[in-house]
Design a protein around this ligand. Structure first.
Ligand SMILES: [Zn+2]
Length: 332
Protein backbone atom coordinates (compact mmCIF):
# COMPACT_ATOMS: atom_id res chain seq x y z
CA UNK A 1 0.00 0.00 0.00
CA UNK A 2 1.33 3.40 -0.89
CA UNK A 3 1.61 6.09 1.79
CA UNK A 4 -0.93 8.10 -0.18
CA UNK A 5 -3.51 5.34 0.21
CA UNK A 6 -2.68 4.81 3.84
CA UNK A 7 -3.14 8.47 4.71
CA UNK A 8 -6.14 9.14 2.50
CA UNK A 9 -8.95 10.39 4.76
CA UNK A 10 -11.29 7.63 5.87
CA UNK A 11 -14.59 7.38 7.69
CA UNK A 12 -15.42 4.19 9.59
CA UNK A 13 -18.99 3.57 10.70
CA UNK A 14 -18.97 -0.12 11.62
CA UNK A 15 -16.36 -1.05 14.20
CA UNK A 16 -16.93 -2.78 17.53
CA UNK A 17 -14.81 -1.08 20.15
CA UNK A 18 -14.35 -4.35 22.02
CA UNK A 19 -13.09 -5.97 18.81
CA UNK A 20 -10.41 -3.34 18.23
CA UNK A 21 -8.27 -4.31 21.21
CA UNK A 22 -4.98 -5.76 20.00
CA UNK A 23 -3.53 -8.78 21.85
CA UNK A 24 -1.04 -6.91 24.05
CA UNK A 25 -3.65 -4.52 25.42
CA UNK A 26 -6.18 -7.32 25.76
CA UNK A 27 -3.69 -9.27 27.88
CA UNK A 28 -3.00 -6.19 29.99
CA UNK A 29 -6.71 -5.60 30.59
CA UNK A 30 -7.19 -9.24 31.54
CA UNK A 31 -4.28 -9.03 33.97
CA UNK A 32 -5.67 -5.86 35.52
CA UNK A 33 -8.99 -7.58 36.13
CA UNK A 34 -7.37 -10.78 37.44
CA UNK A 35 -8.73 -12.75 34.52
CA UNK A 36 -6.86 -15.24 32.35
CA UNK A 37 -5.56 -13.78 29.11
CA UNK A 38 -7.97 -14.83 26.38
CA UNK A 39 -6.86 -17.20 23.67
CA UNK A 40 -6.33 -15.68 20.25
CA UNK A 41 -8.91 -16.13 17.52
CA UNK A 42 -8.92 -19.27 15.38
CA UNK A 43 -7.74 -19.20 11.80
CA UNK A 44 -11.17 -20.17 10.51
CA UNK A 45 -14.67 -19.36 11.74
CA UNK A 46 -17.44 -21.78 10.77
CA UNK A 47 -20.08 -19.05 10.77
CA UNK A 48 -21.34 -15.94 12.59
CA UNK A 49 -22.31 -17.95 15.65
CA UNK A 50 -18.83 -19.43 16.06
CA UNK A 51 -17.44 -15.94 15.63
CA UNK A 52 -19.75 -14.54 18.34
CA UNK A 53 -18.54 -17.23 20.75
CA UNK A 54 -14.92 -16.21 20.09
CA UNK A 55 -15.82 -12.52 20.33
CA UNK A 56 -17.46 -13.03 23.72
CA UNK A 57 -14.54 -15.07 25.05
CA UNK A 58 -12.00 -12.46 23.93
CA UNK A 59 -13.80 -9.27 24.85
CA UNK A 60 -15.17 -10.24 28.25
CA UNK A 61 -11.94 -8.97 29.83
CA UNK A 62 -13.13 -5.39 29.34
CA UNK A 63 -14.74 -4.66 32.69
CA UNK A 64 -14.10 -1.12 33.89
CA UNK A 65 -14.68 2.35 32.44
CA UNK A 66 -10.89 2.73 32.37
CA UNK A 67 -10.58 -0.39 30.22
CA UNK A 68 -12.99 1.05 27.65
CA UNK A 69 -11.25 4.39 27.75
CA UNK A 70 -7.89 2.75 27.02
CA UNK A 71 -9.45 0.76 24.19
CA UNK A 72 -10.96 3.84 22.56
CA UNK A 73 -7.81 5.94 22.81
CA UNK A 74 -5.71 3.08 21.43
CA UNK A 75 -8.00 2.53 18.47
CA UNK A 76 -8.39 6.22 17.71
CA UNK A 77 -4.61 6.49 17.53
CA UNK A 78 -4.31 3.41 15.34
CA UNK A 79 -7.12 4.41 12.99
CA UNK A 80 -5.83 7.97 12.73
CA UNK A 81 -2.47 6.57 11.54
CA UNK A 82 -4.50 4.89 8.78
CA UNK A 83 -6.13 8.17 7.82
CA UNK A 84 -9.35 7.93 9.86
CA UNK A 85 -10.98 11.30 10.46
CA UNK A 86 -14.31 10.06 11.83
CA UNK A 87 -15.32 6.88 13.66
CA UNK A 88 -18.66 5.63 14.94
CA UNK A 89 -17.62 2.84 17.31
CA UNK A 90 -20.15 0.37 18.63
CA UNK A 91 -20.10 -0.53 22.31
CA UNK A 92 -22.21 -3.32 23.81
CA UNK A 93 -24.47 -2.72 26.77
CA UNK A 94 -23.31 -6.10 27.98
CA UNK A 95 -25.20 -7.49 30.94
CA UNK A 96 -21.90 -8.18 32.71
CA UNK A 97 -21.47 -4.42 33.15
CA UNK A 98 -24.87 -3.87 34.76
CA UNK A 99 -26.81 -0.71 34.03
CA UNK A 100 -24.81 1.53 36.35
CA UNK A 101 -21.59 0.12 34.94
CA UNK A 102 -22.81 0.74 31.39
CA UNK A 103 -23.57 4.36 32.26
CA UNK A 104 -20.10 4.74 33.75
CA UNK A 105 -18.57 3.20 30.61
CA UNK A 106 -20.44 5.63 28.35
CA UNK A 107 -19.40 8.58 30.49
CA UNK A 108 -15.77 7.47 30.26
CA UNK A 109 -16.03 6.96 26.50
CA UNK A 110 -17.59 10.37 25.90
CA UNK A 111 -14.65 11.86 27.75
CA UNK A 112 -12.14 9.71 25.87
CA UNK A 113 -13.74 10.62 22.54
CA UNK A 114 -13.18 14.30 23.20
CA UNK A 115 -9.57 13.54 24.11
CA UNK A 116 -9.10 11.47 20.95
CA UNK A 117 -10.44 14.32 18.86
CA UNK A 118 -7.86 16.68 20.34
CA UNK A 119 -4.93 14.27 20.24
CA UNK A 120 -5.54 12.53 16.94
CA UNK A 121 -7.87 14.77 14.97
CA UNK A 122 -10.49 12.06 14.68
CA UNK A 123 -14.09 12.82 15.58
CA UNK A 124 -15.96 10.02 17.32
CA UNK A 125 -19.71 9.43 17.53
CA UNK A 126 -20.51 6.54 19.84
CA UNK A 127 -23.25 4.08 18.95
CA UNK A 128 -24.02 1.83 21.91
CA UNK A 129 -26.13 -1.23 21.26
CA UNK A 130 -27.92 -4.19 22.71
CA UNK A 131 -27.73 -7.70 21.33
CA UNK A 132 -30.41 -10.02 20.09
CA UNK A 133 -30.64 -12.52 22.93
CA UNK A 134 -30.24 -9.91 25.67
CA UNK A 135 -33.02 -9.69 28.24
CA UNK A 136 -35.63 -7.38 26.72
CA UNK A 137 -36.18 -5.37 29.90
CA UNK A 138 -32.42 -4.89 30.24
CA UNK A 139 -32.30 -3.71 26.64
CA UNK A 140 -34.96 -1.10 27.30
CA UNK A 141 -33.16 0.15 30.38
CA UNK A 142 -29.92 0.26 28.40
CA UNK A 143 -31.66 2.35 25.73
CA UNK A 144 -32.74 4.83 28.40
CA UNK A 145 -29.17 5.03 29.70
CA UNK A 146 -27.79 5.55 26.20
CA UNK A 147 -30.30 8.31 25.49
CA UNK A 148 -29.00 10.26 28.50
CA UNK A 149 -25.83 10.77 26.45
CA UNK A 150 -27.57 11.93 23.26
CA UNK A 151 -26.01 15.19 22.14
CA UNK A 152 -23.00 14.52 24.37
CA UNK A 153 -21.03 12.18 22.14
CA UNK A 154 -23.54 9.35 21.66
CA UNK A 155 -25.12 9.60 18.22
CA UNK A 156 -27.07 6.40 17.59
CA UNK A 157 -28.36 3.15 19.03
CA UNK A 158 -27.77 -0.29 17.55
CA UNK A 159 -28.72 -3.92 17.70
CA UNK A 160 -26.56 -6.92 16.86
CA UNK A 161 -26.13 -10.46 18.13
CA UNK A 162 -27.05 -13.87 16.82
CA UNK A 163 -29.30 -12.83 13.99
CA UNK A 164 -31.43 -15.77 12.87
CA UNK A 165 -31.25 -17.45 16.27
CA UNK A 166 -32.90 -14.68 18.26
CA UNK A 167 -35.72 -12.48 16.97
CA UNK A 168 -35.42 -8.77 16.35
CA UNK A 169 -38.91 -7.40 17.00
CA UNK A 170 -38.86 -7.90 20.82
CA UNK A 171 -36.36 -5.01 20.86
CA UNK A 172 -38.75 -2.60 19.14
CA UNK A 173 -39.56 -0.80 22.38
CA UNK A 174 -35.87 -0.38 23.24
CA UNK A 175 -35.24 1.02 19.77
CA UNK A 176 -38.17 3.42 20.13
CA UNK A 177 -37.01 4.56 23.56
CA UNK A 178 -33.59 5.37 22.16
CA UNK A 179 -35.06 7.15 19.14
CA UNK A 180 -37.41 9.20 21.28
CA UNK A 181 -34.35 10.14 23.31
CA UNK A 182 -32.56 11.43 20.22
CA UNK A 183 -30.65 8.34 19.04
CA UNK A 184 -31.39 7.07 15.51
CA UNK A 185 -31.47 3.30 14.94
CA UNK A 186 -28.35 1.82 13.30
CA UNK A 187 -28.74 -1.95 13.57
CA UNK A 188 -26.92 -5.00 12.31
CA UNK A 189 -29.03 -7.01 9.88
CA UNK A 190 -28.71 -9.01 6.70
CA UNK A 191 -25.47 -10.77 7.62
CA UNK A 192 -26.37 -14.28 8.84
CA UNK A 193 -30.01 -13.78 7.91
CA UNK A 194 -31.40 -12.87 4.52
CA UNK A 195 -33.42 -10.09 2.91
CA UNK A 196 -36.34 -10.45 5.33
CA UNK A 197 -34.02 -9.37 8.16
CA UNK A 198 -33.11 -6.23 6.23
CA UNK A 199 -36.76 -5.43 5.59
CA UNK A 200 -37.49 -6.01 9.27
CA UNK A 201 -35.08 -3.35 10.50
CA UNK A 202 -36.15 -0.93 7.77
CA UNK A 203 -39.70 -1.31 9.10
CA UNK A 204 -38.34 -0.51 12.57
CA UNK A 205 -36.94 2.75 11.25
CA UNK A 206 -33.27 1.93 10.62
CA UNK A 207 -31.53 4.99 9.19
CA UNK A 208 -28.46 2.98 8.18
CA UNK A 209 -27.66 -0.73 8.32
CA UNK A 210 -24.53 -2.47 9.52
CA UNK A 211 -23.92 -5.20 6.90
CA UNK A 212 -27.20 -5.52 4.98
CA UNK A 213 -25.20 -7.42 2.37
CA UNK A 214 -27.59 -10.36 2.16
CA UNK A 215 -29.93 -7.98 0.37
CA UNK A 216 -28.13 -9.22 -2.74
CA UNK A 217 -30.32 -12.31 -2.55
CA UNK A 218 -33.31 -10.18 -3.58
CA UNK A 219 -32.86 -7.74 -6.47
CA UNK A 220 -36.05 -5.84 -5.57
CA UNK A 221 -34.65 -5.08 -2.14
CA UNK A 222 -31.34 -3.95 -3.64
CA UNK A 223 -33.26 -1.57 -5.88
CA UNK A 224 -35.23 -0.28 -2.90
CA UNK A 225 -32.06 0.36 -0.87
CA UNK A 226 -30.53 2.18 -3.82
CA UNK A 227 -33.67 4.21 -4.44
CA UNK A 228 -34.05 5.21 -0.81
CA UNK A 229 -30.35 5.97 -0.41
CA UNK A 230 -30.00 3.72 2.64
CA UNK A 231 -26.32 3.43 3.54
CA UNK A 232 -24.93 -0.05 4.24
CA UNK A 233 -21.81 -0.25 6.40
CA UNK A 234 -19.97 -3.08 4.65
CA UNK A 235 -17.03 -4.96 6.13
CA UNK A 236 -15.32 -6.79 3.24
CA UNK A 237 -12.90 -9.07 5.11
CA UNK A 238 -15.39 -9.91 7.85
CA UNK A 239 -17.88 -10.98 5.18
CA UNK A 240 -15.30 -13.32 3.66
CA UNK A 241 -14.06 -14.74 6.98
CA UNK A 242 -17.59 -15.49 8.20
CA UNK A 243 -18.76 -17.02 4.93
CA UNK A 244 -21.24 -14.22 4.23
CA UNK A 245 -19.33 -13.55 1.00
CA UNK A 246 -18.01 -16.49 -0.98
CA UNK A 247 -14.68 -16.28 -2.73
CA UNK A 248 -16.09 -17.96 -5.84
CA UNK A 249 -18.74 -15.26 -6.32
CA UNK A 250 -18.59 -11.49 -6.73
CA UNK A 251 -18.31 -9.83 -3.32
CA UNK A 252 -21.62 -8.28 -2.20
CA UNK A 253 -19.83 -4.93 -1.97
CA UNK A 254 -19.24 -5.07 -5.72
CA UNK A 255 -22.78 -6.18 -6.47
CA UNK A 256 -24.42 -3.60 -4.21
CA UNK A 257 -22.41 -0.61 -5.33
CA UNK A 258 -22.83 -1.73 -8.93
CA UNK A 259 -26.58 -1.52 -8.38
CA UNK A 260 -26.33 1.96 -6.92
CA UNK A 261 -26.47 1.15 -3.19
CA UNK A 262 -24.36 3.50 -1.08
CA UNK A 263 -21.84 1.42 0.92
CA UNK A 264 -19.39 2.68 3.50
CA UNK A 265 -16.29 0.58 4.31
CA UNK A 266 -15.26 -0.66 7.76
CA UNK A 267 -13.27 -3.30 9.62
CA UNK A 268 -16.00 -4.69 11.96
CA UNK A 269 -13.49 -6.21 14.45
CA UNK A 270 -9.97 -5.35 13.32
CA UNK A 271 -8.10 -7.07 16.17
CA UNK A 272 -10.02 -10.32 15.82
CA UNK A 273 -9.60 -10.42 12.04
CA UNK A 274 -6.04 -9.04 12.32
CA UNK A 275 -6.69 -6.30 9.79
CA UNK A 276 -6.53 -2.51 9.66
CA UNK A 277 -8.80 0.20 8.30
CA UNK A 278 -6.31 0.85 5.50
CA UNK A 279 -6.44 -2.87 4.63
CA UNK A 280 -10.19 -2.67 4.24
CA UNK A 281 -10.10 0.44 2.09
CA UNK A 282 -7.46 -1.25 -0.09
CA UNK A 283 -9.60 -4.38 -0.41
CA UNK A 284 -12.66 -2.26 -1.22
CA UNK A 285 -10.62 -0.55 -3.92
CA UNK A 286 -9.83 -3.94 -5.46
CA UNK A 287 -13.55 -4.73 -5.28
CA UNK A 288 -14.38 -1.61 -7.26
CA UNK A 289 -15.02 0.96 -4.53
CA UNK A 290 -12.29 3.57 -4.41
CA UNK A 291 -11.41 5.60 -1.34
CA UNK A 292 -13.24 8.70 -2.54
CA UNK A 293 -16.45 6.76 -3.05
CA UNK A 294 -16.12 5.02 0.31
CA UNK A 295 -15.47 8.38 1.99
CA UNK A 296 -18.52 9.92 0.35
CA UNK A 297 -20.63 6.97 1.53
CA UNK A 298 -19.32 7.39 5.06
CA UNK A 299 -20.15 11.05 4.96
CA UNK A 300 -23.64 10.32 3.75
CA UNK A 301 -24.22 7.76 6.49
CA UNK A 302 -22.53 9.44 9.42
CA UNK A 303 -24.55 10.65 12.37
CA UNK A 304 -23.72 13.57 14.57
CA UNK A 305 -23.88 17.30 14.48
CA UNK A 306 -23.65 19.75 11.60
CA UNK A 307 -20.27 21.05 12.72
CA UNK A 308 -18.72 17.59 12.50
CA UNK A 309 -20.28 17.00 9.11
CA UNK A 310 -19.05 20.34 7.78
CA UNK A 311 -15.52 19.51 8.92
CA UNK A 312 -15.66 16.13 7.17
CA UNK A 313 -16.97 17.74 3.97
CA UNK A 314 -14.04 20.15 4.03
CA UNK A 315 -11.57 17.32 4.66
CA UNK A 316 -13.00 15.37 1.71
CA UNK A 317 -12.87 18.35 -0.60
CA UNK A 318 -9.23 18.94 0.23
CA UNK A 319 -8.28 15.28 -0.16
CA UNK A 320 -10.05 14.28 -3.32
CA UNK A 321 -9.33 15.95 -6.66
CA UNK A 322 -11.82 18.12 -8.47
CA UNK A 323 -13.69 15.96 -10.94
CA UNK A 324 -13.57 12.93 -8.65
CA UNK A 325 -16.83 11.03 -9.00
CA UNK A 326 -17.28 11.36 -5.27
CA UNK A 327 -16.93 15.12 -5.08
CA UNK A 328 -20.49 16.08 -6.03
CA UNK A 329 -21.73 13.65 -3.41
CA UNK A 330 -19.64 15.24 -0.66
CA UNK A 331 -21.94 18.24 -0.53
CA UNK A 332 -25.20 16.95 0.90
ZN1 LIG B 1 -20.58 -5.67 13.35
Amino acid sequence: MTPVQRHTPKIELHVHLEGTVRPALLAALAHGNRLPAPAGPPEVFDDLYAFIATWNAMTTVLRTPRDYRRALLAYAAEAARDGAVHLEPIVDADERLGLAGFADVLAALVDAAAEARERHGVSIGLTPQVCRGHDVDFAQDAARVAARFAGRGVVGFGLSGAEGRYPTTPYTRAVNLARDGGLPFVPHAGEAAGPAAVREVLAMGAVRIRHGVRAVDEPELVAELAGRGVVLDVTPTSNLRLGVARPDRPHPLTVLTGAGVVCSVSTDDPAIFDITLADEYALADRLGVDAATAYAAGLRGMLGDATTRARLVAVGERAYPAGSPARPRLRQ
